[in-house]
Design a binder for this molecule. Structure first.
Ligand SMILES: Nc1nc2c(ncn2[C@@H]2O[C@H](COP(=O)(O)OP(=O)(O)OP(=O)(O)O)[C@@H](O)[C@H]2O)c(=O)[nH]1
Ligand SMILES: [Mg+2]
Length: 192
């Protein structure tokens, strides 16, 4: 897929504020700071369209980006940031639950994991929940540029075992490794 246009549509928290248009949607999920917003920018080749930050918790709303006038990336706030108060965690759950339950045009999710972190119950729960919700998931390991190729190989295999999955895509927003493969997966999700 060639990216010909990418534009910010709007931010929303409540269902009543989601975009009226019903293009196929691909949601980005993962812990705070894992690189969701950076991944969007990398895929669309536009530094800074999705706001990123080295401080976890940058994205606080659902952010909709229309791509090629044909589909939408939905950048979600990250979860699992320990310093966030309980009330904010509940707010995250409500916001994301409502989105997944109400939005019928979700065609898939990209679930990001930091290649250096072992997946925990939160990630397992999330995979299970998306599965019960009928949302196909593409698993992506981010920040692979932080590891040597030997270490990367070992980590990919550890994470596959931990999650009992075969299919997981190494990715880096710094080197752009995995970009074309992931774009191809997005095409498949949209078509399905
Ligand atoms: N080395 C490296 N750094 C990355 C990569 N992707 C993201 N980062 C950095 O990680 C930090 C967080 O990136 P974001 O894209 O804002 O992460 P996010 O998942 O959107 O975070 P929240 O919005 O807080 O949930 C930033 O400092 C990015 O520059 C990557 O592939 N490699
Ligand atoms: Mg973000």
């Amino acid at each position: 897929m060639k990216i010909t246009s990418a534009e910010f549509v709007k931010s929303a928290v409540l269902r009543s504020k989601y975009p009226k248009e019903r293009l196929p949607e691909i949601m980005l999920v993962g812990r705070s700071n894992v690189g969701k917003s950076s991944l969007i920018n990398t895929l669309i080749n536009r530094r800074g369209l999705a706001k990123t930050s080295s401080t976890p918790g940058k994205t606080q709303t659902l952010n909709f980006y229309r791509i090629n006038g044909a589909f939408t990336f939905v950048d979600l706030p990250g979860f699992g940031y320990a310093k966030v108060p309980l009330e904010v965690k509940r707010h995250w759950k409500r916001m994301v639950n409502e989105y997944v339950e109400c939005r019928k045009n979700i065609k898939g999710a990209i679930l990001l994991l930091d290649v250096r972190r072992d997946p925990g119950d939160v990630e397992r729960d999330l995979i299970g929940w998306l599965d019960t919700s009928g949302i196909p998931v593409v698993l992506v390991l981010t920040k692979t540029d932080k590891l040597s190729s030997n270490k990367l190989f070992a980590r990919v295999s550890v994470i596959k075992k931990a999650l009992e999955v075969e299919d997981i895509l190494p990715f880096s927003s710094v080197t752009k490794a995995g970009r074309l493969e992931l774009l191809q997966r997005v095409v498949e999700l949209i078509k399905s």
